[in-house]
Design a protein around this ligand. Structure first.
Ligand SMILES: [Zn+2]
Ligand SMILES: [Zn+2]
Length: 403
């Protein structure tokens, strides 16, 4: 989950993935790396709409896919006229609307996280900055790295370090996880399957692979279906006809999927089982209840490979592993040859923030529309999940014990 405040230290007139009052006070140019809700904080608030309506020079830049998604999602479509497209691999010069003498060159790259997700490279008088957004690049996918490396050396790397923890050294590649899922489904000719996803987008590879393999459409709700009007190659794998299929990824779960085999697509649960080694990305939890390790974020090894290739002077994490301490974090960075001063300090409350936000989401919305792709679903059903989360939050609210 993104915990970055959005403001680039080097270029505070630019905010990325955060649209709160603090951002509006200093930034006039905004970027959206992708459409998971932890990267859209404040964008749906009336205060931001008012700010942008009263300041017509303000711009919000995003990929074409993100603009399409945002322009049809109820919470964000009122800002349609303000989303400006930036294309990948194409440098743009962007002026500071408050001072035309200040400009920056921005180039974006795909980040391998979800449709339309971008990495952003900024080049200007205060140094070269790369913002990865959420990213998943396998260690052998070095093409994108090479493109970035052909640019100037990176002064600051703002990077998704969600799994920057040696115990999460490797995560199954998504193709491998999907293959495992296909093998599993193949064993049950007559059973119904319910795939529990935890974000709006990011599971397209699963949908299209299942459709290609089985020739069976996947049931989703109408909003989800029309999200893919822009991506017909994904949409052709989906259906809004609940009765016509035994593969369901609908939300809320339709009555046709009631006695199905439930498979939760997520990764966080696996990373929390620290002592356990899993031989397969798909594991059984109980009768008709399974989990598939499907990560949209890079593993520890993948993050390390990326950092070594980029070799930045400074690192600024935009997301951190659960409960990592600043000293541990800085020690791990040193092992990668990055000995920055001042060392990074952050409050080790990242995990608490995540759980609290997730709980508020469930409380307020009771749907998965506002979740991002890190799933806290630890129980058999929504009610259990809420209880689990509530328990964890209650514990968090106790005063901290002194060590
Ligand atoms: Zn994301
Ligand atoms: Zn369904």
């Amino acid at each position: 989950m993104c915990t970055f405040n959005g403001i680039l230290k080097e270029y505070p007139w630019i905010s990325i993935d955060s649209f709160l009052t603090t951002n509006c006070q200093v930034s006039q140019v905004f970027f959206i790396s992708h459409i998971h809700t932890d990267h859209l904080r404040g964008l749906d608030e009336p205060i931001f709409a008012e700010y942008i309506t009263n300041n017509r020079s303000i711009r919000i830049y995003c990929s074409e896919a993100s603009r399409h998604f945002l322009s049809i999602l109820p919470a964000y479509k009122h800002l349609s006229q303000f989303y400006s497209i930036i294309n990948v691999d194409q440098p743009y010069t962007i002026e500071n609307p408050m001072d035309k003498n200040i400009a920056i060159t921005v180039t974006c790259f795909g980040s391998g996280h979800c449709p339309g997700s971008l990495m952003l490279l900024f080049e200007g008088s205060h140094g070269t900055v790369l913002y990865t957004g959420d990213f998943r690049l396998y260690s052998h996918q070095s093409n994108r790295h090479r493109i970035i490396l052909s640019k100037k050396p990176i002064d600051t790397l703002y990077i998704d370090m969600t799994f920057f923890e040696p115990s999460i050294r490797q995560l199954p590649e998504r193709e491998q996880a999907c293959q495992e899922l296909i093998h599993f489904i193949e064993q049950y000719d007559n059973r119904y399957f319910y795939l529990k996803t935890s974000a709006r987008v990011g599971y397209e590879y699963i949908y299209t692979s299942l459709y290609q393999h089985f020739g069976i459409l996947i049931h989703v709700n109408s909003e989800q279906y029309h999200l893919y009007d822009y991506l017909p190659q994904v949409q052709q794998a989906l259906t809004i006809d609940a009765h016509g299929t035994r593969l369901h990824a609908c939300w809320p779960k339709c009555s046709c999927a009631k006695s199905s085999i439930k498979i939760v697509l997520s990764v966080l649960w696996f990373t929390l089982q620290q002592q356990q080694q899993f031989n397969s990305p798909l594991i059984q939890i109980s009768t008709d209840y399974y989990r598939l390790c499907y990560s949209l974020h890079s593993s520890y090894n993948e993050i390390c490979t990326f950092i070594k290739q980029i070799s930045p002077t400074h690192i600024h994490p935009i997301a951190l592993p659960n409960q990592i301490t600043p000293s541990r974090f800085n020690e791990l960075l040193k092992q990668l040859g990055i000995d920055q001063f001042p060392t990074i300090y952050f409050s080790p409350s990242n995990f608490e923030q995540q759980i609290k936000r997730r709980y508020q989401t469930i409380e307020n919305n009771n749907s998965n529309d506002d979740n991002d792709e890190l799933d806290f679903d630890c129980g058999q059903n929504q009610e259990n999940n809420e209880k689990q989360l509530y328990k964890r939050i209650s514990n968090l609210q106790q005063p901290p014990t002194k060590k």
